[in-house]
Design a protein around this ligand. Structure first.
Ligand SMILES: [Zn+2]
Length: 297
């Protein structure tokens, strides 16, 4: 199995990995480039970078984890920027931004322009993607010309935040037409809603009279989907016309990227043997589409 280029668009860092370990894992898995998210800017007393949630019920706009600060946000950016600097052809750093920080707009601008990170990752923690405080952030990221990768679907962590992560909550981005974004995990279990939202963005493109190169929405096919849902989910995406916008990812932690090999083999087998797509389509999904998402192509 030889591919032109394999990009893993969904890798988590806990803030203590070395470049050596990351590159060794990538080598083992045959991954050419990896989008690595900075750690979440919360105090984490747990071991292995595991976050410990706050007690009690968390309301709209409340925080699931304690002590989220701008200082930690900056430290997290510095860490991922250092990794990227050591292996700029292999590691693509994204800032995992907490958008409720008072200086979030300035922080994201600094992370992209001064620290040269290539995109933004966000998980709605008791905030809705259409909450008004998000608009200045969308405007800034749109201006910076980098993509946002959002968590979407059931959320294992961040307490009872899953309802904030439903695909249709992201429809607001139609009002920021130059903003490129991806929804992670095919939004499982809301796969159909995710695909419908993609169709909604395709319709918006036609409404604006623009070509496919301006399509805003990509779909990060990182599981998410338990295996029994996977063939059907990928097949629906392809049947609906989204094959140029599907991006491969693993959700591996940066220190254990060797496991990404299993993800590549599984998805190639499903795509070629079960669904029966061409090698060209597989190559787009494994890497080519990610370059478009990143604005590198
Ligand atoms: Zn993830």
């Amino acid at each position: 199995m030889v591919s032109v280029l394999i990009v893993d668009c969904h890798v988590h860092s806990s803030g203590n990995e070395s470049v050596d370990v990351i590159l060794k894992g990538m080598e083992k898995a045959g991954i050419d480039k990896a989008i690595v998210f900075s750690p979440y800017p919360s105090f984490s007393p747990g071991e292995g970078g595991r976050l410990a949630p706050t007690a009690g019920v968390t309301r709209h706009l409340g925080f699931s984890y304690p002590d989220v600060t701008s200082e930690r946000q900056r430290e997290a950016v510095e860490f991922i920027a250092r990794l990227q600097k050591e292996a700029p052809d292999r590691i693509i750093g994204f800032v995992w931004l907490e958008p409720r920080l008072k200086d979030a707009v300035q922080l994201v601008e600094w992370a992209i322009t001064s620290k040269e990170l290539k995109g933004v990752k966000m998980i709605p923690d008791h905030w809705y993607p259409y909450d008004e405080f998000m608009y200045p952030i969308y405007r800034k990221v749109e201006e910076l010309g980098v993509p946002i990768l959002f968590h979407s679907g059931i959320l294992f962590g961040f307490k009872d935040s899953s309802r904030f992560c439903r695909p249709v909550n992201y429809e607001v981005l139609v009002s920021f037409p130059k903003l490129r974004f991806a929804l992670a995990h095919i939004s499982w279990p809301w796969v159909d809603e995710c695909i419908a939202l993609w169709g909604r963005f395709r319709a918006a493109l036609r409404e604006r009279g623009e070509g496919a190169e301006n399509m805003q929405m990509f779909i990060d096919i990182t599981p998410g989907t338990p295996l029994i849902y996977r063939r059907e989910s990928l097949q629906k995406l392809i049947a609906y016309g989204a094959e140029d916008y599907m991006v491969f990812g693993t959700d591996c932690s940066a220190g254990r990227l060797g496991y990404a090999r299993y993800h590549v083999e599984r998805d190639v087998a499903i795509l070629t043997q079960e669904i029966g797509v061409s090698r060209k389509t597989v190559d787009k999904i494994l890497g080519g589409n990610a370059l478009k998402f990143l604005g590198m192509k």
